[in-house]
Design a protein around this ligand. Structure first.
Ligand code: FEO
Ligand code: CA
Ligand code: CA
Ligand code: CA
Length: 656
């Protein structure tokens, strides 16, 4: 707000030490509460029992497993910080926890999976929508039986929209016209649109499929397995209750004469941004214009009336890329969300997300960068028309989307250290991006032989491409990860960038950001800029870390920093260094075995919501906190991924 004196935003909590316990640790003066753990029934009159066998039917009406990205959707402006619809990704499953009462899953070593087990696992994936409310004591709970409670699973019918919809690439036995598919898979990070919808992002979906023959080029590039699928759902095919290819669709080996007779194209209906209206039960829509890869998330760029709507997304695999989507339509503030009202939000989504241009990023050593359009007539690095270079018809935009990764290779995009979450400072438009780690990065000059992304080739059994270091990914064998930020330039399709912070253990030789015991971290993953007005906000950083230098000291964690209190873009960084690293503070630590992911706050910032994914032995008796936790007599609990709400005991805004 111009003219008014800014009060500088300062982190007011006392940083917490590292922790290696079965509990969430928060700063003095804060409390944490477990909310909607896996298996919580969404309907009224049912309750979770820790020794309860899970069934397909029960799981379809309960909170899914392995919570990841999430967001809250207000039901009206006045109660927005007390009551809302929580939309929550259920990324994948812990089979030993899911099948604990029977001692574990059946036939996961390549045998035939029982149909009921496959169906239950399918129903544990996807998205959970559940109404949440806070009582007068400040305790949060879900609302059993709310009309907003809903599950999307890996079996739910979903529409296809954008360039790929209705094309020959996505015609299947289930949808011969190519406008529908079943299921959304491995939804990791998320997005929130200005028109009030939720975006669930399909990340590690290739692994639920198997192809026992010669794969399409795009299936090979993305890494569809050729040996067996991750959970073996395809092996339950003979036990389907109806002739609906409930499980056979996960084996995409062609069987029929034509694509409409089998599921050779099934995997081409995955790898997208999935738009969900949290206020209605309308079918969700896969927005294919935003590209097809392992989408970590979907992050809205700076929103300006009369300007295109922009979304950023990273492909989380070693040596894969960063993307930007720019809508054809200009943002009309009249399309902004009207909380709680019933109207066709997905029609507004179609306006902004079905027609636009997808770009991929190239980072230059001097701190500049460029966005390379993935359009049929773009020119590849070696001067060919992109569509021609991919072997496609002249104007086949659908083909370019299906082959997004190969298109980006041909354009000369910069291979990154596993792009995870991004977050945008809505005032400055600065974009922050976590690069979690990369074991396939080398200081040697392999530029001549490096061709494209690494993970994909590895999972296909073809072997890695080892990428040389570059300015934006400067560490060889980057075990600790780093965060970069960039700002769009006034020049078209150009940006400037720098490293924001390098992860490290405090005693690492390459501790470039000067971290100490009190803020050492590695493998940054979740990221969220919580806008607090006056162009200020806290940047929250979450970790998913396997780096021993840090894991021997602490479990995964949540850190906070006020980036606008630090120097602005000057060079290639790091912005956080010896002179200011004390401004990066550890706010919370998760329980043993977990990663800390998913984050948002109520509009008044008095309640911060995070997710604890794949905990090892938590939560005991529904308790989150170190000082409150009790364990069962055996000391072992059936672990359940959960949302955790962190609030100040005095009810004030979190972090300050
Ligand atoms: Fe599901 Fe890239 O984390
Ligand atoms: Ca992640
Ligand atoms: Ca991760
Ligand atoms: Ca995860």
């Amino acid at each position: 707000s111009s003219g008014a004196q800014k009060t500088p935003l300062t982190l007011a909590f006392e940083a917490v030490h590292g922790s290696l316990t079965d509990a969430v640790v928060v700063p003095e003066g804060y409390v944490a509460q477990v909310l909607v753990p896996w298996g919580t029934p969404l309907s009224a009159g049912d309750s979770w029992q820790s020794d309860q066998p899970m069934t397909a039917e029960r799981q379809a009406e309960s909170v899914g497993m392995h919570h990841d990205g999430m967001a809250g959707f207000a039901l009206d402006e006045g109660s927005a910080s007390r009551r809302f619809v929580l939309a929550l990704n259920n990324e994948y499953i812990d089979q030993s926890a899911l099948w604990a009462p029977q001692g574990g899953p059946t036939n996961t070593d390549g045998g035939k999976r029982p149909a009921e087990e496959s169906r239950t696992e399918i129903n544990a994936h996807g998205v959970t929508l559940v109404e949440i409310e806070k009582d007068t004591q400040g305790q949060w709970s879900h609302v059993p039986g709310s009309a907003y409670n809903r599950r999307l699973t890996s079996a739910t019918v979903i529409e296809l929209a954008g360039p790929v919809a209705g094309s020959d690439y996505v015609k299947t036995r289930f949808s011969p016209a190519g406008f529908q598919t079943r299921g959304t898979n491995n939804n990791c990070g998320n997005g929130v649109t200005p028109w009030g919808t939720y975006i669930a992002c399909e990340e590690n979906w290739p692994n639920v499929f198997v192809h026992h023959g010669e794969r399409f080029q795009d299936d090979a590039r993305i890494g569809i397995p050729t040996d067996k699928s991750r959970y073996g759902w395809d092996t339950s095919a003979g036990d389907a209750t109806e002739d609906n290819d409930e499980f056979a669709r996960f084996d995409i080996t062609p069987r029929g004469e034509r694509p409409e007779e089998d599921y050779r194209n099934e995997a081409r209906t995955f790898g997208y941004q999935v738009e969900v209206d949290p206020y209605s039960d309308a079918l969700a829509v896969k927005r294919t214009a935003l590209g097809r890869f392992r989408h970590e998330g979907c992050w809205l760029g700076k929103l300006q009336a009369g300007q295109p709507v922009v979304f950023y997304s990273g492909h989380d695999a070693r040596n894969e890329y960063v993307y930007k989507y720019v809508s054809d339509a200009a943002w009309d503030p009249a399309d902004a969300n009207r909380p709680g009202e019933q109207y066709d939000r997905l029609a507004i989504g179609s306006k902004y997300m079905d027609n636009g241009t997808l770009y991929v990023a190239r980072f230059h050593p001097d701190g500049s960068g460029e966005w390379l359009a993935l359009t049929p007539d773009a020119r590849t690095q070696d001067g060919r028309r992109l569509a021609t270079a991919l072997g496609l018809a002249d104007d086949d935009l659908a083909g370019i989307i299906i082959n997004t990764c190969d298109a980006a290779d041909l354009m000369g995009a910069t291979p990154m250290d596993r792009p995870e979450w991004a977050s945008v400072d809505p005032a400055s438009g600065e974009v922050y991006l976590t690069l979690t780690n990369n074991s396939q990065r080398t200081a040697e000059d392999t530029q001549a032989t490096f061709t494209n992304g690494g993970d994909s080739l590895d999972e296909a059994g073809v072997g890695y491409d080892l990428a040389p270091t570059n300015a934006a990914n400067p560490r060889a064998d980057n075990a600790q990860g780093h965060i970069i930020r960039w700002r769009e330039s006034r020049l078209p399709n150009a940006f400037t960038w720098e490293v924001f912070v390098f992860g490290a253990a405090s005693d690492d030789a390459d501790n470039h950001s000067g971290l100490t015991e009190m803020n050492q971290f590695a493998s940054p993953d979740g990221l969220w800029f919580d806008e607090r007005g006056d162009g200020q906000g806290i940047l929250w950083i979450q970790t998913d870390n396997g780096y021993e230098g840090v894991t021997e000291y602490t479990n995964d964690q949540l850190l906070a920093v006020v980036p606008n209190s630090l120097d602005d873009i000057q060079g290639t960084g790091p912005v956080i260094n010896n002179s200011n690293q004390q401004q990066l503070k550890r706010f919370a630590v998760g329980p043993n075995g977990c990663e800390v992911t998913g984050i948002f706050a109520t509009p008044d910032k008095t309640a911060l919501f995070i997710n604890i994914q794949h905990p090892g032995n938590w939560p005991a008796d529904g308790n989150a906190l170190a000082q409150d936790a009790t364990v069962s007599a055996s000391g072992q609990v059936r672990p359940r991924a959960s949302t955790v709400v962190i609030q100040k005991r005095d009810g004030g805004p979190v972090g300050v």
